[in-house]
Design a protein around this ligand. Sequence first.
Ligand code: FE2
Length: 330
Amino acid sequence: MAINGIETIIYGVEDLELCTRYFVDFGLNLTASTNRESHFELAEGSNVIVRPLEDARVEGQKLVGYGVQQVVYGLTSSRHLEKLVENVSTDRTVRRDADGSAFFFDDDGIAIGLRVFNRQPVIGAPDPVNSFDTLKRINVHRKWRTRAKPKTIQHVVFMSPSPERGFAFYRDRLGFRLSDIQPEFGIFARADGCTSHHTMYWFRADLPFPGLDGQLRFNHANFGVEDIDEMMVGANYMQRQGWPKSNWGVGRHRISSSLFLYLPCPAGGEAEYGTDSDAIDDNWIPRSWNARFGTATWISNIPEFLINEAPWEMEFIEGSVPVGTPHPKG
Ligand SMILES: [Fe+2]
């Protein structure tokens, strides 16, 4: 295993004070704050850094607009880090910091980095669920929470003019694995040392959806919470603090099975509470989905493009089924 998570995301924002208050209310743990930077640290040891856009932008980047300007991926060891630096430095400049961290651009022009990451395991203890006569909780009520406290950065999403080109770099140079494809919408991929369904999603930038204009832009970051109760307590708290409500509300994606709740974010794009994603490894067989069918199994506020039931279309990707395995198509 090499990349074991997202170690740091750096936001470039218009109003640092407003965005700091937003992420504090969202439930991130503020560890340092100046008038040029706010630093949040999550339980897994990952970092969210918020800076004014002019400070966060990386000279030469192609990414436009507010939101995450740089993603630093975590490496399990310096040996793995040096191997990946060797892979990427064949055709691009790699800047090194004194601690060994490496910084460069991916093929889309997004500024990314690599750094050794001593990721801390996060032990979840979600409340057992009762179902008919299958009783997992007797005389015990579910947890009463007051706030959401996200503990992980599960994935980041960019709107890319070419998801295929974006993904190819991460597959060929950084060892990412294909998770699933929505041919019209985008590509899901997982870092090799991660088990969450996707570490990145490239969303096709010229789709006719709000906020997409064909350009390379940040879309959202997903912050992991324990279960649906923590997700919704967080959403209620945000509403009580006066932040805008989610457009879609809570829902469950069909691709990845994860529960989602996207909140508009003044730092750019949306901030997502996420939980209960499929956990996958290299035995996973990637699939190609009807884009609308893959989007959700249910959603509280159905967007226009999902009003009509989508056709149940999904197939395993040709060539992705291991030799010796009966082909799912027969
Ligand atoms: Fe997401």
